[in-house]
Design a binder for this molecule. Structure first.
Ligand code: G6P
Length: 614
């Protein structure tokens, strides 16, 4: 993770870099720093533990002049979060400053080699090794910075997005990437550099996404040059990004997370736009149609993902299996990539990732691709790494998600999975006409039902106050509601730091039931569907042990309201679409409990939105 920003042009760099870091803070926020070549040709580095606001406070009254600079917001991998370990890192002579997102895996060997030559290290990071190595190579060979960076990177094993500033050359930034994202923005007489396009869109919509092992030479008043590690020129395509600045602001909400929860009805409309036509009674995911033969001859599907996206994958499995009758496996990308999975050209892999940059998911895709599998991506960030290496895919189109805890991306992913399953089912003839038509109608009704659920916000805010005492929560659900229970528990853990477990309701009696006492809140997804009676029995079992039941029920349910301590009534919808409805109150519950406990909802401790390291 970590966020990188750079600027070279005619304007003062510092305000642009700080604003850019704030946009990238979702990527990490334990320390931050900036390097600027000042108007009087000094290379000034300011860095501190804490957030970007702490960096601003730290830099007050310091020389922040300069029209070229690089900046970094960190999520610690090597070395604790502290000022010394914050980026940028100086080389020994303090002539070079470098920022880095990724992990240099062979840093210990490189460090020993440099220490033997007399190099002294101030930090415990892998990054400082890289900047020292570049300087060492440059000094020993009397070569320019670009060549030194190329030679240094040839020695590096691992992942990197880097930017290097040379005090003696204020007209150039050298930047490179491998397995960590980097985007160059092309303005008028100015260039920008960032981990994603969000810091750039304010100034230009023209961007170039660097590919692995490419180095960008970003020079004042000269065209962008991109070369590889062997100095061969690389052609590059300038893309136009369409990001609305309003999407990057809180728009009157106290937190991005709440804004994103409330955006969901609109997001789902955006996600379905052009893909569903109720009047003509059809759903079409064009990428499925375009690759119909390949998808239809698949013997099985394998879904790879991490975190919340993995929960969406569990729902996808049930959708595809029940609509299309194709076997589906769901794997944690991090496990899949390291266990020599049985996979070949008969398989289709669906990679789900909000950011499109998660290192484990990316590696799982690369592995599956190398074995000949066909790869379908379901991502949100346009132009990110996963959509660029997949064979095809569908964006979820929910707009930038800034809150670290994922909300609208989850419902967007589930929506795409429903559309994928319906499109395939139609082609395979595995759903009856009546079932298909009913699904199309029900799916298109989801945004308005979500709006009804959002009206429960005040009530859930009140309810949340009761539960701030809790140290543990259990979430239960069955069938399509089991992944929702997992997601509800994950949301609570992530932002309130309350321990929470999601469980299939019937499994409770095989262990978690031992935890239930009068203190234990148990959230049960108990909507009226095929498993209703079974879940009702599970609720009885909890009440018999005095647990406190918060039940999500279908509007008008009079049975569970007599047993549960609290009922949250939700609009009726078919079982397979229920996750799109039942997830929303669980997002609100987690949000309000965290707010009541005074937690930093948008930037919870130890987490980062985009995990670009393994
Ligand atoms: C991080 C985020 C989660 C997210 C997961 C997968 O852990 O904090 O919210 O679900 O990464 O991210 P992806 O971008 O691949 O969906």
């Amino acid at each position: 993770m970590c966020g990188i920003v750079g600027y070279i042009g005619k304007k003062q760099a510092y305000p642009i870099l700080i604003k850019g870091l704030k946009r990238l803070e979702y990527r990490g926020y334990d320390s931050a720093g900036v390097a600027l070549i000042s108007d009087n040709k000094q290379l000034n580095v300011y860095k501190t533990k804490g957030k970007v606001a702490d960096l601003e406070a730290f830099a007050t009254h310091k020389d922040i002049s300069g029209t070229v600079g690089i900046a970094h917001t960190r999520w610690a991998t090597h070395g604790e979060p502290c000022s010394l370990n914050a980026h940028p890192h100086f080389s020994s002579s303090e002539r070079l400053a470098l920022i880095h997102n990724g992990i240099i895996e062979n840093y210990a060997t490189l460090k020993e080699k440099l220490q033997a030559k007399g190099y002294v290290f101030k930090s415990s990071t892998d990054t400082e090794v890289l900047v020292q190595l570049i300087e060492y190579i440059q000094n020993s060979n009397h070569i320019d910075l670009l060549t030194a960076v190329q030679l240094a990177l040839q020695e590096v094993i691992g992942a990197y997005a880097i930017a290097v500033l040379d005090r003696d050359n204020p007209d150039e930034i050298v930047a490179a990437r491998k397995s960590s994202p980097l985007v160059v923005g092309i303005g008028t007489n100015e260039f920008f550099l960032a981990s994603d396009a969000t810091p750039i869109v304010e100034y230009t919509d023209q961007v170039v996404y660097l590919e692995d092992e490419e180095i960008a030479l970003i020079r004042r008043d000269k065209p962008l040059r991109i070369v590889n590690l062997n100095n061969v020129e690389c052609s590059h395509e300038v893309k136009t990004v369409a990001l609305n600045l309003g999407q990057l602001e809180k728009g009157g909400y106290p937190h991005f997370m709440l804004k994103e929860i409330f955006e969901q009805p609109d997001c789902i409309c955006d996600c379905m736009r052009g893909r569903i036509n109720v009047n003509e009674n059809h759903v079409i995911l064009f990428s499925v149609i375009d690759h119909k033969e390949r998808l239809l001859r698949a013997k099985r599907f394998i879904i790879v993902a991490c975190g919340t996206s993995w929960h969406a994958g569990l729902i996808g499995k049930q959708l595809i299996e029940s609509f299309c009758r194709i076997p589906v496996e769901v794997e944690y990308a991090s496990e899949f990539r390291y266990r020599n999975p049985v996979i070949d050209e008969n398989d289709v892999v669906i990679a789900i990732s909000q950011s499109g940059e998660t290192a484990d998911t990316l590696a799982a895709v690369e592995l599956a691709k190398s074995r000949g599998a066909f790869i379908f991506g379901i991502c949100n960030v346009i132009g990110s790494s996963i959509p660029r290496i997949t064979d095809t895919g569908a964006y979820i189109h929910v707009g930038p998600e800034i809150g670290v805890a994922s909300t609208k991306a989850f419902t967007g992913q589930v929506t795409v999975l429903v559309m994928l399953a319906l499109t395939l089912a139609k082609e395979r003839g595995t759903l009856s006409e009546a079932e298909y038509l009913s699904m199309v109608r029900e799916l298109s009704a989801i945004p308005s039902k979500m709006k009804e659920v959002l009206q429960l916000n005040d009530r859930i805010a009140q309810l949340s106050k009761i539960f701030t005492y809790a140290h543990n929560f259990i979430y239960l659900g069955r069938g399509y509601s089991y992944p929702v229970a997992l997601e509800g528990a994950l949301k609570l853990k992530e932002i309130s730091y309350i321990h929470a477990e999601g469980y299939p309701a019937a499994e409770m009696k095989h262990g978690p039931i031992a935890l239930i006492d009068a203190e234990m809140p148990v959230v049960v997804i108990a909507t009226r569907n095929g498993l209703y009676e079974k879940v009702l029995s599970n609720i009885q079992e909890i009440k018999a042990r005095k647990g406190r039941v918060i039940a999500l029920v279908t509007r008008g349910d009079t049975v569970i309201s007599r047993i549960a301590d609290t009922c949250i009534e939700l609009p009726e919808t078919p079982e397979c679409l229920e996750p799109l409805i039942t997830t929303v109150p669980l997002q609100m519950l987690a949000y309000h409990i965290a707010v009541c406990k005074g937690m930093d909802v948008d930037q919870p401790r130890n987490l980062a939105k985009s995990v670009t390291v393994e």
